[in-house]
Design a protein around this ligand. Structure first.
Ligand SMILES: [Zn+2]
Length: 144
């Protein structure tokens, strides 16, 4: 499935899917939210430490395919240290990219490494894997 993506992006996704840098428990999570994608068997638990409207720290645990794990790890790199509003904005942008509603690279620049997942929008079977963590994030922040 990964060969359908550009090779640089494939490498980036493979790297992130193997990375354990963001895969651990937080000492002081203020929110813990589970997300599941039954169609693929992806399961993640997102842990955030939100203080004064800012995501001070973030991590995840879970199992699943390379796309779901890479997407989660990339997302955590992006949102760590950002305000809740910024994180919500990035998640909205990511979902629009995957739905194919925003295709211009200029408009997607803020997504940085998450842009590697852009072509997933042409792979319907993998869309749920890619959006799992971002949807879970939005749910998490909504309950704050
Ligand atoms: Zn998956």
């Amino acid at each position: 499935m990964l060969n359908e993506l550009d090779s640089i992006y494939t490498e980036l996704i493979a790297e992130h899917s193997r990375s354990t840098e963001n895969k651990h428990h937080l000492k002081l999570p203020t929110v813990v939210q589970k997300g599941r994608n039954p169609s693929c068997g992806d399961e993640i638990t997102l842990e955030l430490q939100v203080e004064e409207g800012k995501i001070k720290d973030a991590s995840f645990t879970g199992v699943g395919c390379a796309i779901s794990q890479a997407s989660t790890s990339i997302m955590i790199d992006l949102i760590k240290g950002e305000s809740v509003e910024k994180a919500q904005h990035l998640a909205d942008l990511f979902l629009k990219m995957i739905k194919g509603e925003i295709t211009e690279d200029d408009e997607l620049e803020e997504l940085d490494e998450a842009m590697a997942l852009k072509n997933i929008s042409h792979m319907p079977a993998r869309v749920k894997c890619a959006v799992l963590s971002w949807r879970t994030l939005l749910e998490t922040l909504k309950t704050k």
